[in-house]
Each structure stands twice: as C-alpha cells, then as structure tokens.
Write a protein that binds this ligand. Structure first.
Ligand code: NDP
Ligand code: ZN
Length: 340
C-alpha cells in the first residue's frame, strides 16, 4: 500500500529497514487476532538506517545503523513510574507501538519515537542476523525466563519451541536450570533446543505431555513452566506439572475471544502457592544493549534461529507468507535489504 512518509517529532527518528523479520504476532494480527486493524503496515523486528532525526535527538545522525526494539516505550509517560514493566506506558501493551498504534517496519520508511531512549547503534563487527534476533525473540524469550524466576538447579519445562520458546530454552540454560525439558516436534527446532541446552525433548503428538513429564520426573513435577506454544488449556497442563511454590510464565498471545477454565484442583484448591504469570517483553535501548552484550561476549548465538534468509525489500512478502504457513523446516525467516 502507498502511504505518506512518516514525520519525525523533535525526539523521534525516521529509519529505513536494512534487516527485518516477520513474527507470529504479525501473522496473528493479519488474521484479526489483535482486533479490527485496517490498512496497517505490519512488522516490528528491524535493524534500520537512520535517515532523519528530530531537532532534540543527540545520540544519532543520518547514516547510523541502529537496532530497534519491538517495544518502544514513551519514557515520559507517568504510568511507567508506578510500573516496573515498561511495556505498559499508557495502558495494556501500549509500548508495543508498531502493531498496536502505528505503522510497522515493513515499509520504505518507518518512525521511531524517542530515538535517544529507544535505539542502539549496531555494535561494530556484530552479525546483523544475530542482532536482529534480540529485538523481540531474545527479549521476549528471556523475559519468559526472568518472569519465571528460574533458579540454579530448577527443573524447567518450556512448552513450545518455536523461536520464542527456543530463546526461553537458551535463557533458562544460561540462568542455571538443572533439568531442562522442551516440548515441540519440528526437527530443526528440536536440534536447536538441544544445542541451546535442553536435556529432554517431549512431543505433544505422542500423548498427554503432563503424563509424559510426570513419568520423566518420577511423579514429582517441575519447578518452572514457561509457555510459548499451545492453547489456553496449556496453562492447565502447566499447572498440573508444577510442584507447589512453582511459577507458570506465559508468553503466548491469546485472542480476546478466548476463556481460561481452571479446575480448582489444578490450582491446588487455591492453596498451592503456584503463580500464573503473563507478561509482555520490555523494550527500550538499555534492554537491547544488554541483549547485544550477551552476543558480543559469546554467551550464545541467536542467529541459529534463522532458517530462511531473503535478500531485498520485495522479499518481505515471501518471508511473511512463510511465517504464516510455518512449514516443518522453519524456525524464523529474515530479510536483508540493501538500498542504493
Ligand atoms: P511458533 O508457532 O513458531 O511455535 C509454537 C510452538 O508450540 C511449536 O514448537 C509448536 O510445536 C508448539 N505447540 C503447538 N501446539 C502445541 C500444543 N498443543 N502443546 C504443546 N506445544 C505446542 O510460535 P512463536 O515461537 O513464534 O511464538 C510463541 C507464542 O509467543 C505465540 O503465541 C506468539 O504470539 C507469542 N509471542 C509473544 C511475543 C511477545 O510477548 N512479545 C512476541 C512474539 C510471539 P511444533 O514444533 O510441533 O510446531
Ligand atoms: Zn513479535
């Protein structure tokens, strides 16, 4: 679609994309999962080249190559002062501006609010593909681990090993999980899960995962469950797997039409000290700087998620369709763009 070039306010920047990746949240939105959105440009995972900055921007200039967090908070919002989760600057997920309140990054030009607080220069020599995986996948998957408060030696289950779940596997491993059980079937994902530290793989296609995991743990269950796949009843399964005192950390995006039905027994009659937590990844420059440092200092390589690479702006549609269809050999597609 044709749209006017966006305009930068005094604190903002206009970028053009040099690397982008489609996400499940883009395909979900295109199918109406985020409500009735019309004429919206999708895309929220990007590395960009700065083409214009507002008069008050001090850290960036045209020509800089920058990493763009998927979540770009309004740092002047007073809501952030009483809320440690910066995803909610003006209400539910309001910092997730690209899909929810403005056009996204699958465009010749896109707008970033408060550039100084939200953008990070691509570190010299860093693999662009790896950096691209920090802006949503790594920030989200690692948030799932932070929210789960994984402790040394914990038995952790990650349900779903698409790109988000795989990042949670990597994050839980780095946080010192003992046994790390991953649930999924796609062969590429299974291979990367093992590489990222999974000790056991369970297929939900081989029968009830609760039965399988309880058997694996001699009926004891697990300390933490991170949910990055499945449906609303996956939360019930997670509760059934948890030992008292455990935490379910949800990453799934549910539809507004869905309902959770939790039998009291699954939640230990309300007396089990089992937390059900759901949250959205934080954003902003410092968050992404930290993610980039983990790559710089070789903690692990998130570029292993990228199974399909495309070149050129015109290929964004192909990459998007691939993400929508999710063929068995896909983990994550990415598109690299050179401008003349
Ligand atoms: P994928 O669709 O790529 O992966 C889903 C995974 O769940 C796959 O491993 C799949 O298995 C597995 N799965 C499917 N059905 C079941 C089931 N019944 N029981 C157990 N496992 C199952 O998703 P993504 O990794 O891209 O995203 C995961 C979730 O995170 C989505 O809901 C997405 O909307 C949300 N999300 C949230 C974000 C945020 O908070 N910022 C950002 C991005 C995504 P198989 O291997 O067989 O395919
Ligand atoms: Zn996303």
């Amino acid at each position: 679609m044709e749209k006017e070039k966006p305009v930068a306010g005094p604190l903002d920047a206009i970028l053009r994309p040099v690397a982008v990746a489609p996400c499940s949240s883009d395909t979900h939105t295109s199918h109406g999962g985020s409500g009735d959105q019309k004429n919206l440009i999708l895309g929220h995972e990007a590395i960009g080249e700065v083409v214009e900055v507002g008069e008050l921007v001090t850290r960036f200039k045209p020509g800089d190559i920058v990493v763009v967090p998927c979540c770009t908070p309004d740092w002047l919002a007073t809501d952030l002062q009483s809320n440690k989760y910066n995803a909610h600057d003006h209400g539910l997920m309001a910092s997730f501006k690209f899909l929810l309140s403005k056009d996204g990054v699958f465009a010749e030009f896109f707008h970033v609010n408060q550039a100084d607080a939200n953008l990070v220069k691509l570190p010299e020599g860093m693999d662009m593909a790896a950096a691209l995986m920090t802006v949503d996948m790594m920030s989200t998957g690692f948030f799932g681990v932070e929210q789960a408060e994984v402790e040394f030696g914990d038995t952790v289950v990650v349900i779903g090993i698409g790109p988000v779940g795989l990042m949670a596997v990597a994050g839980a491993h780095l946080k010192g999980a003992g046994r790390l059980i991953a649930v999924g079937t796609r062969p590429n994902s299974v291979a990367v899960a093992k590489e990222f530290g999974a000790t056991d793989i369970i297929s939900y296609k081989d029968g009830d995962i609760v039965e399988q995991i309880l058997k694996l743990t001699n009926g004891k269950g697990v300390d933490r469950v991170i949910v990055a796949g499945g449906k609303t009843d996956t939360i019930n399964q997670a509760l059934q797997l948890l030992r008292p005192g455990g935490i379910v950390s949800n990453m799934n995006f549910f539809d507004a039409t869905e309902t959770f039905e939790i039998p009291a027994w699954d939640w230990g009659l309300g007396m089990s000290n089992k937390d059900i937590r759901g949250g959205f990844c934080p954003g902003g420059a410092r968050r992404i700087e930290k993610m980039l440092e983990m790559i710089q200092y070789n903690r692990f390589d998130p570029a292993k998620l990228i199974t399909h690479r495309f070149d050129g702006f015109d290929k964004i549609e192909d990459a998007f369709k691939l993400m929508d269809e999710k063929p068995a050999d896909l983990i994550k597609p990415a598109v690299f763009i050179k401008w003349d």
